[in-house]
Design a protein around this ligand. Structure first.
Ligand code: FES
Length: 155
């Protein structure tokens, strides 16, 4: 490779690297993957150490009600309008992304893909059925209640 070819190839590399980082920078500033789903207060955005995801408690008025907002599954586990009447956890299974559903009769969270089950504190009860691999305990997110808005802090 002669000097001119070398300078040209280095210049191309710098241009590609710059373009890539500029694209990544524009993506990260506009999309945190936790956008609002509409119809409720939705995502509260980033503040402090986690992303806040909001839900109007009128969306889950009865014990056993559940609602998915972005990556969070909110579940009402008790009557009353205090933060400890609700839990917030991952909306999809850590094994292979199956949808998680609260089963009130058994008081468990169950994956609808391979039927792993979890306690309400996130502990794994049963691993994936008829599928390779294992799962992990669910993350339980801290919740706060401000008037009628329940907020989970996803960390
Ligand atoms: S995706 Fe949930 S157990 Fe496999």
């Amino acid at each position: 490779m002669n000097r001119k070819d070398f300078i040209f190839s280095v210049g191309k590399g710098v241009l590609i690297a710059c373009s890539g980082s500029c694209l990544l920078a524009s993506c990260s500033s506009s999309d945190d993957g936790m956008g609002d789903t509409g119809g409720n207060p939705g995502s509260g955005g980033n503040e402090g150490s986690g992303t806040r995801v909001n839900l109007a408690i009128s969306d889950i008025p009865n014990v056993g009600d559940q609602k998915r907002v972005n990556s969070v599954l909110f579940i009402r586990i008790a009557t009353g309008n205090t933060a400890d009447a609700f839990i917030a956890t991952e909306a999809v299974c850590p094994h292979q992304g199956g949808q998680l559903v609260f089963k009130g009769a058994q008081n468990i969270i169950e994956c609808q893909l391979h039927f792993a089950t979890y306690e309400l504190d996130g502990d794994t009860v049963q691993g994936p059925q008829n599928s390779a691999g294992s799962t992990r305990d669910l993350k339980i997110y801290a919740t706060t209640l401000n008037d009628t808005t329940l907020t989970a802090t996803v960390s």
